[in-house]
Design a protein around this ligand. Structure first.
Ligand code: NDP
Length: 312
């Protein structure tokens, strides 16, 4: 552990729209925020292509480019953006103790948590082994590599439907593997999938094993009613079964719901710990949009600013 302890007024953890927006507001308020990017600088938007629903971009913008702009805007007003991962916190003391990369210790008067969420996986061995070799959790990022080929996608929510439709535009055929006999997705998304001749929906179907040694060559699926197994020849295997919040390092201190989303006091970003604020997907499993994340990031900075003013 490095011996020099740094003191900051506002420490922001995470670099998606929520974190950078909190940084823009906190730096313009003269609070000299320090922001740690986490393992995926720019967050989930850096693994998408076109963003067409963020207001102010009538022609749309590429996700990575948009996040570069967020970062530049935060830095312009004095935010220190640092590459690093917060690995431990202690919110039982004031100022709050935060450890970065298991080494550096920071004492922060306020902490803004904007750590976002990550894709869920099935958890089978072949999925992990072939990850990046045909297994992906982002059709929009990786669909291009399977142009004209056959692929499969797991999931039956809005994300799976959206991604299946996206893949159908690029690929030859899309198998949609659905574990129940109905979909969770909204009616309009279901219709889009069911009316697409390039998508074949396999109901009551689960994944036994993804086949292939060095890259995906197929998948063995089974019907969970009859037990019958069959192999599908595919070269891409997409997982779209939801997300989980990146909040495990806070679990000893913060109130969370059963899925790990941080609970905030209604109409604010306040957590159960004074001086700790949560924004973006780490506390929102309902809207999960860039613009709502940015909105709550703004709220977190304003809440932190008011908290600091009240302490003086
Ligand atoms: P959801 O949690 O809504 O859906 C997850 C899906 O994955 C479910 O169908 C679930 O099956 C399935 N699933 C979960 N675990 C497994 C497993 N181990 N094996 C097989 N299947 C599994 O997640 P989404 O990411 O789709 O959506 C999250 C939220 O975002 C929702 O509120 C959604 O409406 C919203 N959204 C909206 C969009 C839009 O409006 N354009 C686009 C994308 C998302 P089961 O149903 O059996 O539980």
């Amino acid at each position: 552990m490095s011996s020099e302890i740094e003191k900051v007024k506002v420490l922001i953890i995470g670099s998606g729209p929520a974190g950078y927006t909190a940084a823009i507001y906190a730096s313009r308020a003269g609070l000299a925020p320090v922001l740690y990017t986490g393992g995926q600088p720019g967050g989930q938007l850096t693994i998408t292509t076109d963003v067409e629903n963020y207001p102010g971009y009538p022609e749309g913008i590429m996700g990575p480019e948009m996040m570069e702009d967020f970062r530049k805007q935060a830095e312009r007003f004095g935010t220190q953006v640092r590459y690093g991962m917060v690995t431990k916190v202690d919110f039982s003391v004031k100022p709050h103790k935060v450890i970065v990369d298991d080494q550096k210790e920071i004492h922060a008067d306020t902490v803004v948590i904007s750590t976002g969420a990550s894709a869920k996986w099935l958890g089978i061995e072949s999925e992990e082994r072939l990850n990046g070799k045909g297994v992906s959790a982002c059709a929009v990022c990786d669909g291009f590599f399977f142009r004209g080929q056959d692929v499969a996608i797991v999931g039956a929510g809005d994300t799976a439907c959206e991604e299946a439709s996206y893949l159908a535009n690029i690929c030859n055929k899309v198998y949609m593997l659905i574990r129940r006999d109905e979909m969770r997705a909204s009616q309009i998304m279901q219709k889009r999938v069911l009316n697409n001749p390039k998508i074949e929906v396999l109901w009551n179907t689960e994944t036994d094993e993804i086949l292939g040694k060095d890259e995906v060559e197929g998948v063995r699926v089974f019907d969970n009613k009859s037990g019958e197994k069959r192999n599908l020849k595919i070269s891409g295997f997409f997982v779209a079964i939801g997300h989980e919040p990146n909040t495990s390092i806070f679990k000893d201190f913060l109130d969370m719901d059963e899925s790990g989303y941080i609970l905030t006091k209604a109409g604010s970003t306040k957590t159960n710990i004074e001086g700790v604020f949560a924004c973006g997907d780490a506390q929102d499993h309902i809207y999960r949009q860039a613009v709502t994340a940015a909105g709550t990031g703004c709220m977190a900075a304003l809440d932190a600013e008011r908290y600091l003013a009240a302490q003086e």
